[in-house]
Design a protein around this ligand. Structure first.
Ligand SMILES: *[C@@H]1O[C@H](CO)[C@@H](O)[C@H](O)[C@H]1NC(C)=O
Length: 132
């Protein structure tokens, strides 16, 4: 009996140890000031393993018509802080398709349609983040 109970607990404990998207209200700089959004380069078919890889902390009012090359066309998960909004573009210089992400966690950008055939996974080349 004891053995089967701990076997059932194991997947739960693993899930807690794996990367998972933070709640929007948890977004803070190491010095405690507010972050507008966090962008991540990796996600997964499993929601509890999204928001992984390299992370970019986006500050309020940060305007990036040219996303740094380490993140250009590589963002796969993102989280937007409360009362903030992230605008994204699919081409450098704020060209191509555009979309606004309001406050929330977006673990799998594959689920957000870009144009007729595309989606937003690995497709962000410019962004602007603002908070009210
Ligand atoms: C806190 O850190 C952020 C990000 O590095 C920086 O933009 C901001 O100026 C810092 N604020 C203070 C009060 O140190």
């Amino acid at each position: 009996m004891k053995t089967s109970q701990s076997l059932l607990l194991l997947p739960l404990l693993c899930a807690l140890a794996w990367a998972q998207c933070p709640a929007p209200a948890e977004l803070k700089n190491p010095n405690g000031t507010k972050i507008c959004a966090q962008l991540y380069t990796d996600n997964s078919p499993y929601y509890d393993q999204c928001c992984k890889g390299s992370v970019l902390l986006v500050q309020p009012d940060e305007d990036q018509p040219y996303v740094p090359s380490a993140f250009n066309n590589k963002v796969s998960s993102l989280v937007v802080a409360p009362r903030c909004e992230l605008s994204v573009w699919s081409r450098k210089g704020k060209a191509g398709n555009t979309r606004k992400f309001k406050s929330g966690a977006f673990p799998r950008l594959q689920e957000y349609r870009r144009g007729i055939f595309g989606d937003w996974d690995d497709s962000i080349s410019a962004f602007y983040c603002k908070c009210s």
